[in-house]
Design a binder for this molecule. Structure first.
Ligand SMILES: [Zn+2]
Length: 388
């Protein structure tokens, strides 16, 4: 199939030929074979969601505003109560959200999955089944996530090992100091587990200021020690937005050397890792939704174009180069951060892309139009917000 009459990010005409699910040719003047007219739409690579909690979404359930907080522990305890009350299966809630995400143009996802003594590996079982159902439409990677603590919750480490044996790819971590009160203990455990399973790591780090920055340096030490360059992501890392410039520079260089990537959900009020300077230092910074419509917050809709917009909005960005960076956080940077192979608008890569009714990437971010055609492996799978 030849997709014609499209425009690239700079406004130039472009066409794209797909064969056997891959892009085989991309250029301004392609002709021949069956064609689909793109109607002058903007061509974009499909979105990559690098951080979501599909197993805990309440998508499709009645409205529920936030009732927890203010401490992290309050949110966690509240969540256990809310999840215990749910009667709609994970496959239904997460399935509805996946459908929405695909309609918005996301074809690859990394989801954390809770592993904890109160639920065992129940969420893992449900998510593995869901992955099998969705495998042709969305790539899914999983992280075994110790949401209620690791060392502070005896039994969790064994459950995480069980999850890894069942088919989860990545070892998770959570505030080694703030939640477990034993930073070296947790890092030793999760890096040991990563080595045991030949896996990468994705660590939630909410700990702020110097405590957080110190842990990032320890994560860098452990990454270097385990030879896990390019396989570690730190999620949130608010602390990097709270330290002096010289210290950020020092840590940023180290993260770039060790190819440790960062994920931000671009929250409005909390400082976040400064995206531009870190990107210039060579750090892969991506943006992700985190929880979508769950007990932590009803905010979020699964649209990565909106998440990229939040990233731009956070910094008052308005230049085309800045919008391009925000979009990269939801596409190319996110793909690199989760180690997604064969991604992007180039010959040889899988034909996952969007045709969107927008003038430029900046226009797409600012308006977030619903008029999108989503192509997965060379075929249109969603049109104007509905599955085809
Ligand atoms: Zn998260």
């Amino acid at each position: 199939m030849l997709y014609t009459n499209l425009r690239d990010a700079t406004g130039n005409p472009v066409a794209l030929r797909c064969e056997a699910g891959k892009i085989v040719e991309i250029g301004p003047n392609l002709a021949g074979g069956p064609e689909m007219d793109g109607g002058g739409r903007l061509l974009m690579p499909a979105f990559v969601e690098p951080h979501v909690h599909l197993d805990k979404t309440l998508y499709g359930e009645p409205w529920m505003a936030t009732s927890a907080g203010p401490a992290l522990r309050d949110y966690i305890d509240n969540e256990r109560r809310v999840l215990a009350r749910q009667t709609t299966p994970i496959s239904v809630r997460a399935g509805k959200l996946l459908e929405r995400m695909l309609c918005y143009g996301t074809t690859a996802i990394r989801s954390h999955i809770d592993v904890a003594p109160d639920i065992g590996v129940k969420h893992v079982e449900a998510m593995l089944e869901l992955r099998a159902v969705w495998r042709d439409r969305i790539d899914m990677q999983f992280v075994a996530f110790p949401q209620t603590g690791l060392l502070s919750q005896p039994g969790t480490a064994d459950l995480m090992r069980q999850a890894m044996t069942m088919g989860v790819e990545t070892v998770g971590g959570l505030d080694p100091a703030g939640i477990d009160g034993d930073p070296d203990g947790q890092l030793r455990l999760i890096f040991g587990m990563a080595e045991e399973f030949g896996a990468g790591l994705d660590i939630h780090l909410h700990d702020k200021g110097e405590l957080g920055a110190w842990q990032i340096e320890r994560i860098a030490d452990y990454t270097q020690g385990a030879g896990l360059q390019g396989r570690v992501m730190i999620s949130h890392a608010y602390c990097l937005g709270m330290i002096p410039e010289w210290r950020l520079e020092k840590i940023g260089r180290r993260l770039a050397d060790l190819q440790i990537s960062l994920m931000t959900s671009a929250p409005a009020e909390t400082p976040i890792p400064p995206v531009q300077p870190l990107t210039e230092m060579g750090v892969t910074v991506c943006c992700g939704s985190d929880g979508i419509r769950d007990s932590w917050s009803p905010v979020g809709n699964g649209d990565m174009l909106e998440r990229a917009f939040f990233t731009a909005y956070k910094y008052d960005w308005g230049r085309d180069s800045e919008f391009a960076l925000a979009l990269a956080c939801a596409t190319t940077h996110a793909a690199r951060a989760i180690g997604l192979a064969g991604y992007g608008l180039a010959p040889g890569n899988r034909a996952d892309f969007l045709m969107i009714d927008a003038e430029t990437p900046g226009d797409a971010l600012c308006r977030r139009p619903h008029a999108r055609r989503v192509v997965r492996a060379g075929r249109v799978v969603a049109k104007d917000g509905r599955l085809v």
